[in-house]
Design a binder for this molecule. Structure first.
Ligand code: 1PR
Length: 550
């Protein structure tokens, strides 16, 4: 098989990229020192996280000059995400550190006045000239296809500027900002999105680059409207995983977090078993899920380091599932069975190396946020959130919130942030606050969701996975009041979770809140609806969704 060289200079999920490259018929050789760079015939530089951190790593390890020489020699070069940003002169994200300077322009942070930042999700990459979509496909990019982006900084597109310098550009739109999704000139190609996480559409791009298929004429010129579509509505399938009473890892699903079968069914008292994690993840990928999340729901009992089956699940899933994978449960500093201390960062690293793109932190985030206020809203520097986001970028750190409603008679009945609710409590209470819980809802804290989400945003979290114990497994729709309240408090994206029972609930959450994504579990596991049906329904209602491509 032909070979491609991959430079793994900063940790991140490179496993998925290797899997994607192998899937399109190439083998990977690692560049492990600057001396390896000239040996490459095709070179790919991936990158996630902080621009300054990535560039300094490249520079300290002595890679800058060999890469520049490699590119000058005219050999095929591809940059992914920060690998695209590296081509620029510099970035607002790390002003002290220069980029490679092939493109004389600076990267800027997206405006967060009217939208969530980071920009996370599936967006376009339309080959265009001076803002006009063309009938050419650059390295397999297609106008109707969507690609997975995750970044806060972007090269904002100014029609004609890059083109004058000889670059072909593919663009996308986020809110009212148009930015560079991909660029190509001579032997150089780079994508801001992650092709290895962009399903079949992304694999096509990697293949076109490796096969050297630069420009291809499309059967027909795409409609101009396709250049303006923007981000699609993100639908996530979530798999709660735990060991059942026979010791097998199974996908389960609780009713308000109780995962044991109720009296009256044949397996009463047993852990509800809805299927095998790897097979189910693949099924949802093929139904068009935009992301798959695994939550190891009993991690607080088991030591995750001993929990290698969860790592194995990720490794196997990432071989066939080319959309982002999140893993949650047990991301914290731990002490292994033999007494060895393992930091949350090391635990996260194991998961990233096994194919995860994001880690989700639950209980540990609550403790860290409580400590943050106890210190007078000062950062500690050593929390799981801070250390993991510093190494892998904010976008890699999701905070899973497990709130429960506490009803009160008035605003003044509690020091916590309350809302006036349209579904009053058991004694007619018209107000409630959302209490944070830990250990899968088993322990409530004197701490509300607003306090939690604002603290973790300040600490460097990139996204919130917003569950709701009252709604979980009820099929009665999302808690719109909770979602609206959280969205008002923060700028980072929110994934709404708990309560989805039919496609209409997804429409409702997208129409009545500003949620960034919506997650379903039970209704998919029980086979009541497929992800595809949800997307078709949303599309029928005029909401933009990504279509699954074979
Ligand atoms: O605290 O960092 O070890 O993480 C533990 C993780 O496990 C947390 O993310 C927590 O939400 C999750 N978890 C713990 N116990 C349970 C349980 O169910 N007993 N599951 C649990 C939480 C919530 C969602 C669920 C949605 C949608 N599950 O993942 O899938 O509510 O369900 P629905 O669409 O069927 O209503 P740590």
């Amino acid at each position: 098989m032909p070979t491609v060289h991959l430079l793994d200079y900063v940790a991140g999920n490179v496993r998925s990229l290797v899997n994607a490259i192998e899937k399109v018929g190439y083998t990977v050789e690692w560049v492990t020192s600057p001396q390896d760079v000239p040996k490459a015939e095709k070179l790919i530089i991936p990158g996630v996280g902080h621009f300054g951190h990535c560039m300094s790593q490249l520079s300290t390890a002595g890679y800058i000059e060999p890469i520049q020489k490699y590119i000058k020699a005219g050999k095929p070069f591809m940059g992914i995400c920060v690998g695209l940003q590296a081509l620029f002169e510099g970035s607002e994200e790390g002003p002290a550190v220069p980029g490679l300077g092939l493109i004389l322009n600076q990267l800027k942070k997206f405006k967060d006045t009217d939208k969530s930042v980071p920009h996370i999700g599936w967006n376009s990459a339309n080959t265009s000239v001076e803002g006009e979509v063309t009938e050419y496909s650059l390295y397999g990019l297609r106008p109707g296809s969507k690609y997975y982006y995750v970044h806060s900084y972007a090269a904002l597109y100014r029609p004609g500027e890059l083109e004058k310098a000889g670059w072909t550009v593919a663009t996308a739109r986020y809110g009212d900002e148009e930015f560079v999704g991909a660029v190509a000139r001579d032997n150089v190609f780079a994508t801001q999105f992650h092709p290895e996480k962009s399903g079949a559409a992304g694999l096509r791009v990697i293949k076109a680059f490796l096969n050297g298929n630069r420009l291809e004429k499309l059967a027909e010129k795409p409609a101009a409207a396709q250049t303006r579509e923007g981000l699609t509505r993100r639908i996530i399938a979530c798999l709660d995983v735990r060991t059942n009473d026979h010791g097998d890892l199974v996908v389960t699903k609780g009713d308000q977090y109780d995962v044991r079968e109720k009296d009256g069914v044949s397996a009463a008292g047993a852990v509800r078993n809805l299927g095998k994690p790897v097979e189910m993840a693949r099924k949802y990928y093929e139904q068009g899920a935009d992301e798959v999340t695994f939550l190891n729901i009993t991690s607080f009992r088991n030591c995750p380091i001993a929990d290698t089956p969860m790592l194995e699940i990720l490794r196997r899933t990432s071989e066939t599932v080319f959309v982002p994978l999140t893993i949650g449960g047990g991301i914290r500093d731990i002490v292994d069975m033999d007494g060895t201390k393992v930091s949350a960062l090391d635990v996260a690293t194991m998961y990233f190396k096994s194919g995860a793109d994001k880690v989700s932190i639950g209980s540990d985030a609550v403790t860290a946020a409580e400590d943050y206020y106890a210190r007078g809203e000062k950062l500690a520097g050593n929390t799981a959130i801070e250390t993991i986001s510093a190494a892998y970028g904010n976008q890699a750190v999701v905070i899973s919130v497990d709130p429960r409603r506490v009803y009160v008679s008035s605003h003044s009945a509690t020091p916590h942030h309350t809302i006036k609710t349209s579904t009053p409590g058991p004694n007619g209470e018209e107000y409630c606050w959302y209490q944070c819980t830990v250990k899968g809802g088993r322990e409530g804290r004197d701490f509300d969701v607003r306090q939690l989400v604002t603290a973790v945003e300040a600490m460097g979290a990139g996204e919130i996975l917003l569950n709701c114990i009252d709604k979980d497994g009820t099929n009665s729709g999302f808690d719109l009041e909770l979602i609206n309240d959280v969205k008002q408090a923060i700028k980072i994206p929110v994934i709404s979770s708990s309560g989805a029972g039919n496609p209409g609930h997804f429409e409702e959450v997208f129409e009545k809140t500003a949620t960034d994504a919506a997650l379903g579990a039970g209704m998919f596991h029980r086979g009541e609806y497929t992800v595809k049906q949800v997307k078709e329904f949303l599309q029928g209602k005029g909401l933009l969704v990504r279509q699954y491509e074979e």
